[in-house]
Structures are given as C-alpha cells and as structure tokens.
Design a binder for this molecule. Sequence first.
Ligand SMILES: [Zn+2]
Length: 199
Amino acid sequence: MALDAAGTPALWQQGWYRHARRLDSPNFGQRPQAAQIDLIVIHSISLPPGQYGGAKVQQLFTNELDWQAHPYFESIRGLQVSAHFFIERTGALWQFVSCQHRAWHAGVSSYRGRSNCNDDSIGIELEGLEGSHFEPGQYESLRSLCAALLQAYPIEHLAGHEHVAPGRKLDPGAGFDWLQLRNALGLPASCFPPAPMGP
Ligand SMILES: [Zn+2]
C-alpha cells in the first residue's frame, strides 16, 4: 500500500480512489498514449429509470444484470458500459474503473474541440432520473470526489453527458444544480458549459 509523507494511505493508488468502494468492471480499455485527462463528464442513471436503491446499476456495470428481471432491461440487453464512479442517492460512492483507464460512459461525443470523450475524461454517474433533482448527500460526495480529481488530474472542464453528446443524451438534465457544484469547488464559470445551467 502506498503511503504519503505522513504515513497515511495515499488518496489515489493506480487511479483508484481510497474513499470509493471498489467493484471492478470488465468494461474498460487503455487510454490513448499521452491522453490529457482534463474533463469530468457527469451523468445520471437509475435502473429501471426512476427506481432507486438496490444494486442494478452495479450489476449493469459488471455485466451481471439479469436482462429478464424487468421489461426495461430487455431494451438495453447486452449493453456493455461502465463509468469510473457511481454515487447512490445516499451519497455512497463506488468505483468500477481505474482513472488510469478508459471507461465506457460517453459514447459518441465531442467537447472542447475533441471527440471520443471516453479517451480523456472521467465519468461520474449520479443515481437519478434526467430532469429530476439530486440529493444533498450526492452533491457532497460529488464535491469531495471532484476536489480529489482536481488534485490528481489536470481537470479543466466539467460537463454533463447532455453537453458532450447534445441531441443524443439528456442526462443529468435540468434538475442538476451546476451552480451549486461550481460554487462548492470554487471554480470559474469557464470550467463549465455555457449557461443556461440547471433549473
Ligand atoms: Zn450519461
């Protein structure tokens, strides 16, 4: 175990965050060489949509979801996806892919003049429904995670899936409070998508 100068476990080890519960996903790949990881992509997900709790998202990201367990799951049968992080409604934080690797969350995407956002971004899924609100505990987990990411990676942009795949994706949607996140992190507006942001 890597220790920092004070003898405490390091916040990051090979791209894994100490304060996240680790559950390895097989859905990842290598990043391109010299990838500049400067973007955080924020998503929302719930399975089935609008239903919270349980372990269906964790099962999806580890290819363990029973496609027959709900009619909605039939519509995504065989989907192989992942995100680096998932934040439950309670604020509980999970990590599925090392930040050193490429997770499969953004799909066809383009932002800050570069395409294939999975190559050089970190994906964070919030348990929720696009357009609906998110819980205070989720904002707190997101804030501390983003602060730790800002220390470890040259992050310059935070955007939603809806911003990197406009017209194709709608998450996290109008219920996500970008201004709250921006203020909590003390970042300039230039790090975020242009207004209108949030409700
Ligand atoms: Zn998304």
